[in-house]
Write a protein that binds this ligand. Structure first.
Ligand code: FCB
Length: 441
């Protein structure tokens, strides 16, 4: 029987990723909390509530992460806690974050800190948040405060999580607050967030020259349903431009490209020290002349695809490799800032984890400098409009009791991390059917 062990580079960063609103609990002062109280907004009427209780006791989960052998953890700072009213910063809150960050360091978990992950202070939302260009200077002021006070604990900063997803979900699909469906607003919001990223990049470097600053981009492939159809190819490329390419044209090339118009964005040029990839799935795109609202596109899945729970799309691990290759055109260090699947009974996750990490291993053989992998996520958490219905955790958690039970995938990830490798024994134990797919003939 063919055997091979797939080793990862020494010092590779193995982590998990989270976001403040999804785990902290009682984030009553942001736009999500307000949204959750409105009927019909969140699946099954769920609310974030105490979430995973991180504000009170993140340390219990830090212990779990450390016990798994991880050496990295990505979390976000909740702006609405830090600055509950415009210009008033809460020192006790900053002290709590300092305590958490110190707790991570003490456990050998290097923190990556995201400064904005979907949630806005309510006062900002009430002024229109990212629809206003004025939000950029508010954001920079908040970022400066954070870096001044917490910069001795953190060098790895992620300015904004998924500007593309935030803009599209909140302003095009209307599924995130404020629930608008307006193409122009979507474009303005995306543009303001990218400008804010650029301004924050410079502000962080002014205060902390050794900082490593990036952003996390959700790269989702839009592949033509029928590659021979010119129209399918055309609509797929339009979606790809808007969702993927425009972001990097701005923050790397310093250029606004469609749908953001056409023209220079010089101040945004090269505002990345690294790039973060959040990779989940892909879509196939078919031209549909009736679908004006979605730019004449209809999303489908490959007929032979293995589908994920909760309508989450295709299991498509090859996309991870394709996405990394694409980002590598910028010749920047890469972090996989999120990757995972929703799967409550854990019947797909072990194989999914192995397949994605095998794709990552392949990329590393080409000397592409992927520095780390942050699995989404450690413990089941509040999944935005999907509430508690999408369990992404390596560890299962009952939101009513907070009781946590590790899934088999937690043991698998632990074994991979501890050995810094995928071994045939792990394939045999967790997903024997993958042998022919992963091991060489
Ligand atoms: C990403 C978000 C993250 C989480 C995962 C499943 O788009 O960044 O907060 O919800 O999806």
């Amino acid at each position: 029987m063919p055997e091979a062990t797939f080793h990862f580079p020494p010092g590779f960063k193995w982590g998990v990723a989270t976001a403040s609103h999804q785990v902290e609990g009682n984030n009553t002062n942001n736009q999500w909390w307000e949204w959750e109280q409105q009927e019909g907004r969140i699946k099954q009427g769920h609310t974030s509530g105490r979430a995973c209780d991180w504000w009170e006791n993140a340390e219990a989960d830090f212990d779990r992460a450390a016990a798994m052998g991880l050496n990295a953890l990505r979390l976000s700072i909740e702006w609405s806690r830090v600055e509950p009213e415009p210009g008033r910063f809460d020192n006790a809150v900053l002290e709590r974050y300092r305590e958490m960050l110190r707790g991570l360091q003490q456990r050998g978990l290097e923190p990556m800190v995201t400064l904005h992950h979907f949630s806005n202070p309510l006062w900002l939302e009430q002024q229109g948040a990212w629809i206003n260009e004025g939000t950029i200077s508010y954001f920079v002021r908040y970022v400066e405060r954070i870096v001044k006070l917490l910069g001795d604990q953190v060098t790895l900063w992620c300015t904004i999580n998924e500007p593309n997803v935030y803009a599209v979900m909140s302003y095009l699909y209307g599924l995130f607050p404020p629930g608008q469906r307006d193409f122009k607003a979507t474009r303005v919001v995306l543009q303001n967030m990218l400008k804010a990223h650029g301004a924050a990049y410079r502000a962080i470097h002014r205060l902390q020259p050794a900082a490593k600053v990036g952003l996390a981009h959700n790269l989702r492939f839009f592949d033509p349903a029928n590659p021979r159809s010119l129209l399918d190819r055309l609509v797929a490329s339009v979606l790809d431009r808007g969702f993927n390419r425009a972001t990097f044209d701005a923050v790397w090339k310093g250029w606004w490209s469609l749908p953001m118009g056409f023209g220079p964005a010089w101040s945004l040029r090269h505002t990345l020290d690294w790039v973060g990839l959040n990779y989940y799935t892909r879509d196939l795109v078919a031209f549909d002349r009736g679908a004006k609202e979605t730019l004449f596109s209809r999303l489908t899945h490959a007929p032979d695809a293995e589908l994920l729970d909760g309508g989450y799309g295709e299991l498509y691990p090859e996309g991870l490799r394709r996405a990394i290759k694409r980002l590598w055109r910028m010749r920047l260090p890469i972090y996989i800032t999120e990757n995972g699947i929703p799967d409550s009974d854990d019947d797909q996750r072990p194989a999914a984890l192995l397949l994605h990490l095998h794709q990552l291993w392949k990329i590393l053989q080409n000397n592409i400098p992927v520095q780390g992998y942050y699995h989404w996520t450690l413990v089941d958490n509040f999944e935005w409009a999907e509430g508690w219905t999408l369990p992404f955790g390596l560890i299962e958690m009952d939101p009513a009791t907070g009781i946590r039970i590790p899934r088999p995938s937690a043991d698998l990830y632990t074994a991979i991390v501890r050995g810094n490798a995928i071994t045939p024994a792990l394939l045999d134990a967790y997903a024997p059917r993958l042998r022919p797919r992963i091991l060489p003939d």
